[in-house]
Design a protein around this ligand. Structure first.
Ligand code: NAD
Length: 529
């Protein structure tokens, strides 16, 4: 392996990343503390979605290199698990400080590779930073339990131990937040980690890894391998990897082949005995009651529908207008029309481009299929031109009304700046629409009635519920609790569940008392004395 950069002490965050090798665009892997170029000659171009310029190239890591990354993580585990938890926490304290210092650099990288606006990119980093802050309290989070004298002279206590090597597979839409959902929690629990960033925007993961090492993470505790399906399948099959965190889609099409990412990874990794948490796609509904605050609701719908060009798993992509609130459609269109579409570095931009030409094509096709099935196109952003960025994958805010549940544009996650509008005569009917949808990531209600809100909260089948809140992504002291087809596994990301996911519980029963002699042997099942 060609070593591009080695010792942690040499890292400088102020200048160009140390893993950039001269003018080479190749993104290195991180193995055992060294940024190393892959021997593979195959790579994927990372394109700036606003310009199509090649930003970097992601290698398709060879199996041998993947094995080296796992082996580095395995070797680093014994000493890292025995590093005092206070010392592990201190690395997170330092990491959160470094992330704050490098916020602009991270945000600019995200905007360049992913396309979202700089302000939104800062939010991406910030929501991940909050997980790092939470991991600073790991000693408390990882505490076990103790019951004294469960029987005469006998106490029982439990401890949460790290698992070993864990791995994370990331999507493109939150290049900083999602890696930060994974490795900070895993490593502060005492595990070592192999991260596979999205092949579409690996830069933020690289910067974060560099910062983590500068913060004091020992060599081999965090490793990075790049690639696509092959390296992911290797992660699923590897006997030394104990747990896999996945965030991404569960549907996709390559030529005529439909593939499933999330459930495929869930099944394949589970089949080899691993723990898996798999966060997948979504179709989040917002139910609008006629008694809602019009202004606040319309603002919330526009922000949650079109923010990040609709490429958020918690985007509110479907509005269900109940009764007379349908009359607000026109006002919704006015507000959506006022949004500015431009390259993400333009300070005035509200939304940037979608990730790729293929993504734009797919979104436009789904909009067209809606029109052909009878939906009304209230706003069409498909042919938008952004001066100076004619090659960008821009789609302007698009609104389809009179959408019904049998339409393709309803059944599929669109993942673009498209808001689809439906209608219901009653809250009951609206809740039924949401509950019949296969996804269960999030749902929101807009109302001024506590009774309606309470009914919604109780009856809705979605894992994350917003009441007058459009994107209810919980902060890290809770967990990200998608449900139904949006999640597979038992233990969610971050919060208490995240710590449980990355640890194995061990329960110890100890006896310390003067044992009477001559009491004989009893073969009966022991019971509390
Ligand atoms: P994606 O599924 O295309 O890719 C995610 C990761 O899986 C990538 O690292 C990719 O290399 C790998 N991958 C993709 N297909 C694979 C296959 N067949 N076999 C093995 N590995 C494969 O997802 P994306 O387009 O990058 O991200 C967008 C999707 O992620 C949307 O569906 C969105 O809703 C979802 N998402 C969900 C959450 C959540 O928390 N529920 C959060 C963010 C994104």
């Amino acid at each position: 392996l060609r070593i591009i950069a080695v010792a942690n002490s040499r890292f400088s965050t102020a200048s160009e990343p140390s893993w950039r090798h001269g003018s080479s665009l190749r993104v290195p892997n991180l193995i055992g503390g060294s940024f190393v170029d892959s021997h593979s000659s195959d790579s994927i171009d990372v394109l700036n979605p606003a310009t199509q310029e090649v930003v970097s190239q992601v290698p398709l890591t060879t199996n041998e290199e993947f094995k080296s990354a796992v082996s580095a993580a395995k070797q680093a585990f014994p000493s890292w698990r025995n590093t005092p938890i206070t010392a592990r926490q201190r690395v997170m304290f330092k990491l959160q400080e470094l992330i704050r210092k490098n916020m602009d650099k991270l945000a600019l990288n995200i905007t360049t590779e992913q396309g979202k606006t700089l302000k939104d990119a800062q939010g991406d980093v910030f929501r991940g930073l909050e997980v790092v802050e939470h991991a600073c309290g790991m000693a408390t989070l990882q505490m076990g339990e103790y019951v004294a004298n469960v029987s005469n002279g006998i106490d029982t206590y439990s401890v949460r131990e790290p698992l070993g090597v864990c791995a994370g597979i990331c999507p493109f839409n939150f290049p900083a937040m999602i890696p930060l959902w994974m490795f900070p929690v895993a490593v502060t629990c005492g595990n070592t980690f192999v991260l596979k960033p999205s092949e579409k925007d690996p830069g933020a993961s690289m910067i974060l890894a560099e910062l983590a090492m500068e913060a004091g993470l020992p060599n081999g505790v965090l490793n990075i391998v790049h690639g696509t399906n092959d390296v992911v399948n290797s992660i699923c099959d590897d006997d030394d990897i104990r747990a896999v965190s996945f965030v991404g889609s569960n549907t996709g099409l390559i030529y005529l082949f439909v593939f499933k990412a999330g459930m495929h990874i869930y099944s394949r990794a589970s089949a080899s005995g691993k723990r898996v948490q798999s966060n997948m796609g979504a179709k989040n509904h917002g139910i609008v009651m006629p008694d809602a605050n019009i202004d606040a609701t319309l603002n919330a719908l526009v922000a949650a529908g079109f923010g990040a060009a609709g490429q958020r798993c918690m985007a509110l992509s479907t509005v269900v207008f109940v009764g007379d609130s349908k009359l607000w459609e026109e006002k919704l269109v006015e507000r959506a029309k006022a949004l500015k579409v431009n390259t993400g570095t333009d300070p005035e931009a509200d939304l940037g481009p979608v990730i790729s030409k293929q993504a734009k094509e797919r979104v436009c096709k789904l909009v067209q299929s809606g029109v052909e099935s009878g939906a009304r196109l209230l706003l069409d952003g498909r042919n938008i031109k952004v001066p100076g960025y004619e090659k960008g994958n821009f789609i302007g805010p698009t609104i389809l009304a009179d959408v019904t549940t049998d339409m393709e544009c309803y059944k599929e996650e669109i993942f673009g700046p498209v808001l689809i509008c439906m209608q219901a005569d009653s809250l009951e009917e609206a809740i039924n629409i949401v509950n019949r949808n296969k996804y269960g990531n999030g749902a929101a209600i807009f109302t001024s009635s506590g009774i309606a809100a309470r009914k919604f909260q109780t009856e809705i089948e979605a894992g994350q519920v917003g009441i007058n809140v459009p994107i209810p992504v919980p902060l890290p002291f809770f967990s990200f609790t998608g449900s139904k087809a949006s999640f597979a596994g038992d233990l969610n990301f971050y919060g208490k569940a995240g710590v449980q996911f990355y640890t194995q519980i061990k329960t110890v029963t100890q006896q310390w008392r003067h044992l009477p002699s001559g009491s004989g042997v009893s073969l009966a099942m022991p019971t509390s004395q």
